[in-house]
Design a protein around this ligand. Sequence first.
Ligand SMILES: [Zn+2]
Length: 571
Amino acid sequence: MRVSQYHMPTLREAPAEADIPSHRLLLRGGFIRPLSTGVFDFLPLGLRVLRKIENVVREEMDRAGAIEVLLPAMQPREVWEKSGRWESFVPPLFRFQDRGERWYALGPTHEEVMTDLVSRDVGSYKQLPINLYQIQVKFRNEPRPRAGLIRVREFIMKDAYSFDVDRAGLDRSYDGMYDAYVRIFDRLGLPTTVVEAEAGSIGGSDTREFMLLTASGEDTVYMCDECGYKANAECAEVRAAEAVRDRSGHGEPEMVETPGMSTVAAVTEFLGVEGQQLVKTLIYVADEDKLVAALVRGDRDLNEAKLRKAQGAKDVRMATPDEIEKATGGPMGYSGPVGLGDGVLVIADYEIGEMEDFVTGANKADAHLVGVNLGRDFQPRQWADLRMASPGDPCPRCEEGFLAGHRAIELGHIFKLGTKYSEAMGAYIDTEDGSKAPIVMGCYGIGVSRCVAAIVEARGDDNGCVWPLEVAPFGVAVLQVEPDEAATKAAEGIVADLEAAGYEVLWDDRDERAGVKFKDADLIGIPLQVVVGKKLAAEGTVEVRRRKDKAQTLAAPADVVAAIGELAKEA
Ligand SMILES: [Zn+2]
């Protein structure tokens, strides 16, 4: 491909809105362009990278025994109502009506449609296991798209769904996908870290994320420096604190007026205490039928997923002001554990067990209690790990370690879904013993377009992108920096030789200064470069270079293929 005939609009400067390195380099290199917030065009170079990543993913999925399908992005409301996610999916679905006023969603994921498909075509254990996947466009109604291709509203994803007769089958399918993911990220040149994860909107248990650790990531991963425990911040556990849990010997609590002080910040400032001396009481409703008062230290955040698990609930939500008033007798912002009736289950984060003489709400408008103590004033009915982990927290898996936080980008996610969707969507099979059973499912995603950005984050440098040969838009750039006829002829021959040897070649034949060509070749990150310059006339040689580490050698035009082959081994 001649650059003079190609569409490769590189930019000297990145637009001001580009907020992370990959965003800047992909815009500058002419790989992508924004159409609207969180929605991008893929230009020719970007599309070539995207297609190559897709091919790596496809080859490894096929090798693992998964079978490719293509399901619609436009999905009828009915399948989402069956699973119960029409209203509850987070972020909310992109929804629209057809001319007959029937509702549809633009699919953010395909559990519903895939399970529906299998429920119609699979009726016997003899047809299982099966693993179906697709590489397809997804839509997420993100409130704040950012970071270029990292958090977007429209993106390309590989999603696979395994269907097994039983749990043991699911375990095998899950392990097979795990191994395939390791191979995929290795081929993409992405050093990933596998962490324990929270299932979120998708549902299910036993989930792992494949993360790229990088300062520009927007997720946080906690890792133990001693035992190697690794988990997403959304689910990172904290070791239970040494708990006394009874300080009945202390003095009486005292009610103080706190007019209009319904937040932790207002109360602590007014009383002149630290957040660590206050217990936050958050009133929740579990599965729409149980009132729960969750206690965490004033400077901590409640982790709703942990609360949900501790309650064995499908769902928890914050109580409404009316429900709080009814449950506690006081308005929102003044709840406390002291004197709560049996109708509210008090559950405390382990850390509360270490506290003494603390401040709580008084279940009364404009009032708090100070000098509250466990044992004498109240005793939680349940203790649990309820708070969001924070840096320096004790590791849940070993005795010595502490958790350190790292920024990360999620690239892949594998889940054991179990029977959540097959039960909801009616995907049952006749089993070997003649009974009916729901199919046991797993699901496995990779953010394919996100990987384009992740590779740049992981491997880019100050001069531009550094693609591994496997996914580079072109393998070799031939930079003709002398315009004379001999140079043109030599470049032509080199391009023909390289193409005959199987390389994809970008021939920079533009009427531009050498510096511009060097800069562009580095910016777009072509892994191998051949410079046809002054040395051709003087010595009969051209320079052969590797982008990644600047390794270079001189070769006669006839020997370029061999020289490129040498450098390609490490590209
Ligand atoms: Zn540890």
